[in-house]
Design a protein around this ligand. Structure first.
Ligand SMILES: [Zn+2]
Ligand SMILES: [Zn+2]
Ligand SMILES: [Zn+2]
Length: 282
């Protein structure tokens, strides 16, 4: 039996398994909802799933799908399959060590992946869904770039912003807080100087959750859709923008993997980006 929980702990559940699926989904809806380069779901029979506490907020992202998140920390919560026989659990909210699950891995909706994200591992890749899967996901329309800036938005489009130029830093972060807060294998965090960032709409929809025992760690999300949102804080010279929120290609690329010592057992880091056990050298 495995226990899962959101970042703040308000939502918790347990699942018996056996786990029969590990899907890394690159669809634009998952990327916006999680604020991560892709979402990862572990599948198990619904009969072995039980809520322990909390009730997530629901947001209907398309005719075919309702997505759920924690009202306090924005972490994403499990969803039932269309027939109700299976449950799909965001892997980032399960223990980081899930023996054997990595062997089930596959990439889905690779045709929709972020232009700046490189899939470097050797897992099977599906353009959309594997043959025989019942419910097609619907991609989110990509808003046009308007003025030469890079625009960004949450899943529902209520939160909108623009950035100009290049971010000061761009890190693929594998720390346990990013994994639980984004409900994903890792975060992909850009840091834009405040002068290069502007809100366009929906700043009042942004909720920010600070981990009580963390010095600085915060995660921001749209209270309506649960989608990722930028974190701008008083006195901090950079705005943290999850790269998954960018609607157009910013032209730059992630520079390194950080907190690799904390990464999930079910995710293999491949490719040639530098890897740092914790933070990068100053
Ligand atoms: Zn929570
Ligand atoms: Zn998806
Ligand atoms: Zn939203």
């Amino acid at each position: 039996m495995i226990t899962g929980s959101c970042l703040c702990g308000a939502l918790a559940y347990e699942v018996d398994g056996p786990f029969d699926l590990l899907a890394h989904c690159h669809c634009s809806m998952c990327r916006k909802h999680h604020g991560a380069p892709f979402a990862t779901f572990v599948g198990a029979p619904a009969s072995g799933f039980r809520w322990l506490r909390g009730e997530p907020v629901a947001y209907r992202s398309s005719l075919a799908s309702v997505r759920h998140h924690c009202a306090t920390c924005g972490a994403k919560s499990p969803a039932a399959s269309a027939k109700g026989t299976a449950v799909f659990l965001p892997a980032g909210n399960l223990p980081g060590d899930l023996p054997g699950v990595d062997a089930l891995g596959m990439h889905i909706y690779v045709g929709s992946k972020a232009p700046w994200h490189v899939i470097a591992d050797a897992l099977p890749q599906h353009e959309t869904l594997p043959p025989g899967w019942p419910v097609p996901e619907v991609d989110r329309p990509v808003p046009p770039a308007l003025d030469g800036a890079t625009h960004g938005s949450c899943l529902c489009g209520g939160v909108r912003f623009r950035v100009t130029g290049k971010p000061a830093r761009w890190m693929q972060c594998h720390c346990s807080r990013c994994r639980r807060g984004r409900s994903a294998a890792h975060g992909s965090n850009t840091f834009y100087p405040v002068a290069q960032f502007a809100w366009l709409a929906g700043q009042e929809l942004v909720r920010t959750y600070k981990v009580p025992d963390a010095q600085r760690f915060v995660v921001s999300f749209c209270e309506r859709c649960g989608g990722g949102a930028p974190s701008q804080r008083e006195g901090v010279p950079f705005v943290l923008v999850p790269a998954a929120l960018l609607d157009t290609d910013p032209g730059t690329r992630p520079e390194a993997h950080i907190h690799v010592a904390s990464k999930a057992s079910w995710f293999t880091i491949a490719g040639d980006l530098p890897q740092h056990a914790e933070l990068p050298p100053a």
